[in-house]
Design a protein around this ligand. Structure first.
Ligand code: HXC
Length: 521
């Protein structure tokens, strides 16, 4: 993985792929999707062609590792002339395979067979993948490209989805589930990816929505394209549904295997060790304590070079979450981002953080938490929007987590946010802070305003002096260090060594086995 220096977002190098004759640009050249404004996959015209289920599977898994089952399955619907349209496999290719030598179960819907629509037997095949994965304790990858519930099959199709949702929930927290959305994913069907751990979308042509543009038009008179309703941009920036977006199908599939490289096959297995690498140089923070900086540079100064995979990078940007490795050991990173909203916690970032923490805890990934936050975002919008309820989810997730947890306070940690961000009192195994870090109930100006209100009324010129006094007597890092709320005050350049040593010493604390599910937040 390399960094895109213009956007700061991760860019992924592609593996060589097996080319197939059809092109994705030529996939669905017309029809309702095109009429609804779904952009053609023009950007992919020159890319490797991955328009059908089998070529997608081939691009994802180790060569010759795919074992198909259910290839002769056909639906048994006779209504609406369906007896004449009975493609072998019923619109989904299912089986098991290996990625980087590790076993997975997988299914890929085939848009070329009945539009990849899901009927009774199509669903039965996917359920069989899930059943096997549960028995064999392997991850499940679903490649989604489907017109949704097969209309001709009626309730049987709806029940098919119900069974899949039930299966998703049964597997949640037991084996990793990854959804790669490469085409339409409409209606209630979109809930299956939402129940899985990671959703990856192709930038163009992938759409997820409960009601399509035509229904929206009919019901609300809103004119909206499929892309504006449920394209990758919407779900990566606004809804937070998509964890990762790739420019093309090959990139999306590559991301799926990258995600799996951090995760164990199941909650009963340890996470796979990677090849250790040194970290990048630790950047210096700005001299001005209010100046913003990109916390991802600090992350890269701690983790193995090239190992950081940020999730939901464009959603709730004030909290950075992602997988990385330290000395080859997979970890989950949670970090306040001073570059966005000054790193405050709010509703969206609390939910984003909570689900990520629970994901890491479910699969035994230690948590590395970098703190630099002025607190929770104040205001009636946040309060009425439920910031207490949503913030409690993050609090709950950290307090519940049994994986090793290491916190580093970089610059400031005030109030409820100090506690929520994996403080010692919430059960952090190790807490470090940098020499200039400030920890307190609130920032100095606000605190002085409250506790020296009377003095300031009589002598307003004492403001600066009182702020200095508060800093020295209530915020200095030696104060929490004297009470073991902080274990050690460390120089920034020692951060990686300190975090790595803690993780090494805590390796035995990872308890294998089922801990909890990964409930969508
Ligand atoms: C049966 C379907 C189908 C469906 C597509 N097809 N969707 N058949 N049930 N849901 C068939 C088409 O009839 C066509 O068959 C073939 O697949 C290709 O479809 P086209 O429309 O020609 O392709 P394209 O132009 O690329 O458009 C793809 C599409 C569009 C955007 C997916 O087909 C579409 O809008 N489909 C309906 C989407 C939808 O509303 N689904 C229901 C959502 S509700 P032929 O024989 O002509 O090749 C839902 C409830 C789930 O899913 C609830 C779970 C709890």
């Amino acid at each position: 993985m390399i960094a895109d220096t213009t956007s700061g977002l991760p860019v992924h190098r592609m593996r060589p792929l097996v080319a197939r004759p059809a092109t994705e640009a030529g996939h669905r050249p017309s029809g309702p999707a095109a009429a609804a404004g779904a952009p053609p996959a023009a950007a992919e015209a020159a890319a490797p062609t991955l328009a059908d289920a089998r070529s997608r599977i081939e691009a994802l898994v180790d060569p010759e590792s795919f074992e198909e089952f259910g290839s002769r399955v056909r639906h048994r619907t006779v209504a609406f002339d369906m007896a004449r349209k009975r493609p072998a496999g019923d619109g989904v290719v299912t089986g098991h395979a290996r990625i980087a030598g590790r076993p997975i179960g997988l299914f890929a819907q085939d848009p070329g067979a009945l539009g990849g629509s899901l009927g009774e037997m199509h669903a039965a095949k996917i359920l069989q993948v899930m059943r096997q994965a549960e028995r064999a304790r392997t991850p499940v990858v679903g490649i989604i490209d489907s017109g949704g519930a097969r209309i001709q099959e009626g309730v049987a199709a709806l029940d098919g989805y119900g069974g899949i949702f039930h299966g998703n929930v049964r597997l949640s927290g037991r084996v990793p589930q990854v959804s790669v959305v490469l085409g339409p994913c409409a209606g209630g069907a979109a809930y299956s990816p939402a129940l899985t751990d990671i959703v990856i979308m192709r930038r163009t042509g992938a759409h997820m929505f409960l009601t399509g543009p035509r229904v929206v038009q009919a019901v609300t008179r809103e004119d909206v394209t499929a892309a504006d309703l449920g394209g990758a941009d919407v779900h990566s920036r606004h809804s937070g549904l998509a964890h990762l977006v790739a420019d093309d199908s090959a990139g999306a599939l590559e991301l799926a295997s990258q995600v799996l490289s951090y995760l164990p096959g199941s909650c009963w297995e340890p996470a796979p060790m990677g090849v250790p690498a040194p970290a990048e140089a630790m950047p210096a923070l700005p001299d001005n304590p209010r100046a913003s900086y990109d916390v991802r540079k600090v992350v890269r100064g701690i983790v193995d070079a090239g190992s950081f995979l940020e999730l939901q990078p464009r959603y709730a940007r004030n909290l950075v979450t992602g997988f990385a490795r330290i000395e080859g050991r997979p970890v989950g990173v949670v970090a306040n981002q001073p570059m966005a909203l000054a790193g405050v916690l709010d509703i969206a970032s609390s939910e984003k953080g909570a689900r990520f923490v629970r994901l890491c805890d479910a699969f035994g990934l230690p948590l590395v938490v970098l703190v630099d936050t002025p607190g929770f975002l104040p205001g009636s919008k946040q309060e009425s929007g439920g910031v207490i309820r949503k913030g409690a989810k993050l609090l709950y997730a950290f307090a519940e987590a049994t994986v090793p947890r290491v916190t580093v306070v970089l610059r400031k940690a005030f109030g409820g946010a100090y506690i929520v961000m994996n403080s010692r009192s919430l059960g952090a195994d190790a807490v470090f802070c940098w020499p200039d870090a400030e920890m307190a109930v609130m920032g100095a100006d606000a605190a002085v305003d409250v506790i020296f209100r009377r003095e300031l009324r009589d002598a307003p010129h004492r403001q600066a002096e009182l702020v200095e006094r508060y800093r020295a007597e209530a915020m200095a890092p030696h104060l929490p260090a004297e009470r073991l709320s902080v274990d050690e005050i460390i120089a920034p350049e020692r951060t990686r060594a300190a975090v790595a040593a803690s993780l090494r010493s805590l390796a035995g604390a990872v308890r294998l086995g089922f801990r909890h599910d990964n409930l969508p937040q």
